[in-house]
Design a protein around this ligand. Structure first.
Ligand code: CA
Ligand code: CA
Ligand code: CA
Ligand code: CA
Length: 467
C-alpha cells in the first residue's frame, strides 16, 4: 500500500509536471502546425493565383492567335478567288474579322492610319515603300530635310558615291558608328533609324512601339516616355507613311501569274487582254525596250510608243478591222490602233514589265483603295488637290477604284504626271500588319503583332511578336 501510495504519491508529484510539459508541447505543435498550415495556404494561394494568371495569359494568347488565324483565312480566300470587279471586298471582309470570341476569351483587331482609327488589320500597301519612294516624295514627309533625303537614298543605292549632301560609308566610319550603309533595300522601317539624320522621334512620332495603336504612354503628355501632345490622336512619324514590308505580287487580277510583256506571245496577249494582233505585237515590242514602264501606256498612244503608224479612227475602235487591215498590208509596218479603256484596264490587270524571277522581292505598290489623303499627296509630289479628288472618287463607289486607268477620268489628274507615278500604284494590297489583342475571361491581355503576306499561297507570316 505504502509502496503504491509512495508510488502514487511519487506519480502524483511527477504527473502534473509531465502533463504541463505535454500541454506545452501540444500547444507548440499546434502553433507550429498552424504556422505551417498558414504558410502552406499562402504558398497554395499564391500558386493558384499564379496558375490562374498563367492560365489567363494562355487563354488571352490563344484568343489573339484565333483572331490572327481568322484574318489569315480571309486573306487566303481573296488570293485564291480574287474579285477583280470589287477590290474593296477584301477590305470589307477584313473589317468584319475585327472582333470575335471563344469560350475562354475574345480578340480585338484595329489600327490607326493617318490619325484615324479603323477596325481590322492595316493594309501595308496604304503606305509608300521606302525602297521605291523617290527623292521628291521623301521631301514631302514632315520634318524631312534634303540631307536626310540624300542619306536615305545613299543607304539603299548600291554604290559608295555620295548623292548631293547625303552620307555614305566614309561618313559612318568617320563617326565610329560601328556600322556602314547597307547599299541595298531596307529590310524594316526601324533600319531607317540607322541613317544619318533620321532620328527615332521623326520615324516613330507618337507610335513609340510601332504597333499602329495609340497606347496609354503615347497619349499622356510628359508623364511617361515618349513625349506626346496628349490630344487623343496618334500623330504619326515617317513610319505612318512608309513601310519596308509591302511586296508586289506576281499574280494578276484573275489570280493567275501576270504576263511579262517582254516574254509572251501574240496569242497569249490577245486571249488574256482582248487586244488585236497589231496591238499585241506593239505591246511586246514596247515591253522588250529597256526600262519600259507600264505607266507610259496611260499617257502615250501605243502606236507612238513603238514608232508605228496609228490606225485610222474607224479601225481603231474595231478590233477585227484592225487585225484584217494589218494582215493585208504586210510589206509596211502594221498600223496600231489605240488601246480602248477596256483593253487598257485588262492590260494593267494582267500584264507587267517587272521581272519577278530574281531573288530579291519586288517592292510593293500603294493601294489606291486604302491609302490615306496624306500618302496620296506625297505620291503626287505634294499635290493635295489630286489626293482629294482620288479620295472623293473612291468614296463615291462601293467597289472602290477597280483600275489605275479609272484615274484618267479625273479632271484634276494630268496623264503625264500619272504616267510617272503609275508604276508605284495598284488597286489591291498583298501585305497586312495585324495587331490582335486577346483578352481572357479573367481579364488577362496579350497582344500579337504580325505581318502577313498573301502575295503567294499559302499566306506567310513574315514578322511575329507578342507583348
Ligand atoms: Ca550607297
Ligand atoms: Ca503604339
Ligand atoms: Ca507620353
Ligand atoms: Ca497626339
Amino acid at each position: 500500500m505504502t509502496k503504491s501510495e509512495t508510488r502514487s504519491g511519487h506519480t502524483r508529484c511527477i504527473r502534473p509536471r509531465a502533463r504541463g510539459s505535454a500541454t506545452i508541447v501540444v500547444l507548440w505543435s499546434i502553433a507550429i502546425a498552424s504556422v505551417i498550415v498558414a504558410a502552406t495556404q499562402m504558398v497554395t494561394w499564391r500558386t493558384t493565383v499564379l496558375g490562374r494568371a498563367a492560365l489567363g495569359r494562355v487563354q488571352a494568347r490563344w484568343a489573339a492567335r484565333a483572331g490572327m488565324e481568322r484574318v489569315i483565312a480571309t486573306l487566303a480566300s481573296h488570293t485564291e478567288t480574287p474579285d477583280a470587279e470589287d477590290p474593296m471586298s477584301v477590305v470589307r471582309d477584313l473589317e468584319f474579322d475585327w472582333e470575335g470570341s471563344l469560350e475562354t476569351g475574345g480578340w480585338d483587331i484595329r489600327h490607326v492610319a493617318e490619325g484615324e482609327e479603323f477596325r481590322g488589320p492595316l493594309d501595308l500597301h496604304s503606305r509608300l515603300n521606302i525602297n521605291s519612294i523617290t527623292k521628291l516624295q521623301l521631301l514631302e514627309l514632315p520634318e524631312m530635310n534634303i540631307d536626310t533625303t540624300d542619306a536615305i537614298l545613299d543607304w539603299r543605292d548600291e554604290d559608295d558615291e555620295v548623292q548631293g549632301i547625303g552620307a555614305e560609308r566614309s561618313f559612318y566610319e568617320g563617326r565610329d558608328l560601328g556600322y556602314v550603309p547597307r547599299n541595298g533595300a531596307f529590310k524594316s522601317i526601324t533600319e531607317l533609324e540607322l541613317v544619318a539624320g533620321a532620328w527615332p522621334e521623326y520615324i516613330r512620332g507618337e507610335d513609340w512601339n510601332l504597333n499602329n495603336r495609340l497606347d496609354g504612354n503615347e497619349d499622356d503628355g510628359e508623364s511617361s516616355a515618349p513625349d506626346d501632345d496628349f490630344d487623343g490622336r496618334m500623330d504619326s512619324g515617317w513610319a505612318g507613311y512608309l513601310t519596308a514590308r509591302s511586296i508586289d505580287s506576281p499574280l494578276g487580277r484573275s489570280g493567275y501569274p501576270k504576263i511579262n510583256l517582254a516574254d509572251t506571245s501574240v496569242e497569249e496577249l490577245m486571249e488574256t487582254t482582248g487586244v488585236d494582233e497589231a496591238q499585241a505585237d506593239a505591246l511586246m515590242t514596247y515591253g522588250a525596250t529597256p526600262n519600259a514602264l507600264m505607266g507610259s501606256l496611260l499617257a502615250i498612244d501605243l502606236a507612238e510608243l513603238v514608232g508605228a503608224p496609228a490606225a485610222s479612227s474607224t479601225s481603231s475602235s474595231r478590233r477585227t478591222t484592225g487585225r484584217s487591215s494589218g494582215r493585208s498590208n504586210n510589206t509596211e509596218q502594221d498600223a496600231v490602233a489605240s488601246l480602248s479603256p477596256e483593253q487598257l484596264r485588262a492590260v494593267f490587270a494582267e500584264c507587267t514589265t517587272t521581272s519577278f524571277e530574281g531573288p530579291e522581292v519586288v517592292s510593293g505598290k500603294v493601294n489606291l483603295n486604302t491609302a490615306g489623303p496624306e500618302v496620296l499627296r506625297i505620291i503626287f509630289n505634294g499635290d493635295s488637290a489630286v489626293a482629294e479628288s482620288i479620295m472623293a472618287y473612291r468614296q463615291s463607289r462601293a467597289e472602290g477604284i477597280t483600275s489605275i486607268v479609272d484615274l484618267l477620268e479625273l479632271r484634276r489628274i494630268d496623264p503625264d504626271v500619272l504616267a510617272t507615278v503609275a508604276d508605284q500604284l495598284d488597286v489591291t494590297g498583298w501585305v497586312y500588319s495585324i495587331s490582335s489583342r486577346g483578352k481572357s475571361t479573367t481579364g488577362q491581355e496579350v497582344e500579337i503583332h504580325a505581318v502577313l503576306d498573301r502575295s503567294t499561297l499559302p499566306v506567310k507570316i513574315i514578322e511575329y511578336r507578342e507583348d
